[in-house]
Design a binder for this molecule. Sequence first.
Ligand code: AMP
Length: 421
Amino acid sequence: MSTFKAPKGTYDLLPPASRQHLAVREAIAAPLRTAGYGYIETPGFESVELFARGVGESTDIVTKEMYAFETKGGDRLALRPEGTASVLRAALEGGLHKAGNLPVKLWYSGSYYRYERPQKGRYRHFAQVGAEALGIEDPAVDAELIILADQAYRSLGLRTYRILLNSLGDQRCRPAYRATLQDFLRGLDLDEETRRRIDINPLRVLDDKRESVRRQLTGAPLIVDHLCDDCRAYHDQVRELLTAEGVAFEDDPRLVRGLDYYTRTTFEFVHDGLGSQSAVGGGGRYDGLSEMLGGPALPSVGWALGVDRTVLALEAEGVELPLPPTTSVYAIPLGEKARTTLFSLVTTLRKAGVAADFSYGGRGLKGAMKAANRSGAAYTVVAGERDLAEGVVQLKDMESGEQVPVPVAEAAEELERRLRG
Ligand code: AMP
């Protein structure tokens, strides 16, 4: 061990566990690729102002959790705490919305940073895979995104997650509801900070997890009872589309993603095996965000799924991902001449797409066989001076233990044939 450790709230992804994370990222991305989402990558940092506007001045993320800093050149930047603001910024800057093909569908995968109090499932550096559909207001797009996330989780073998669904209304019905809610909240016994929140962002008070607050919230007016006809019809369509596709969800009239420009559909994926950090992913519609960033009206919807928590959810359910072995063939040369021959065989196999590895460092047979066992290889190829003099290598089936000589020139083909079969 060196004198250095991973910073507080972070952890390293090391093999073999790292394979799970990679497989989760792949599994989430796969349904998006088949649904026309294009890959987007944006910088790991952006101007602080983008997040202040794009995530919300009053949110914990912006006020408490951002890694903000000033560069030597005097720019105020922050490590990205989430993906949506950056993706929208990049799409507007690149003019993707002007190409005429709406919605612009994008997916991304990367690291995000929040200065949070670390605990299991809550880190200061974590990974998300996200998707955004920009520029169309159509319940089918909202439903599509929820279905794709559901498909991703199912393909991983997750079973005991729940989809919580709500509508936050729009600029027509929300203001009246907001005022009604504020009236109600002002009558409660709340601390200073929460009272301030009533003025800035009252919906977020509904999301307060403290028991003392929750108790008082029974009987709070709910947005579902205040939706305008358009929002109600929109929400009903999202629900019908999900139901028609057999995607089960729970109506959660208290689910908010508390930012003022979040509109209509909001949803969260929760897993009950994760304790307090139960949200594995979430998203919703943000029809006003583009204008907040100085862009044109671009009604959009998206989600982000947490890779770290999805891995924890798989562990909680005892799901073993069917990961292919990292090594299929392990080559063990005994002697200098065999080194050249088998090194060449390994290179040939790799070019043909066969996962092959090699015993380096001139290790003896016993140690090399141990390494071959540990590698999980289905076959080892051993060759000594005598084998090569006869023009063969020894091919050993690691499962049955059976060993046969195979002509050097045919070894690659024979291995490929056996591994395919
Ligand atoms: P949010 O933007 O907060 O809704 O985050 C979306 C998803 O990212 C969450 O559902 C989590 O799975 C994941 N996530 C958010 N914050 C963290 C964190 N500090 N540590 C690990 N995962 C996180």
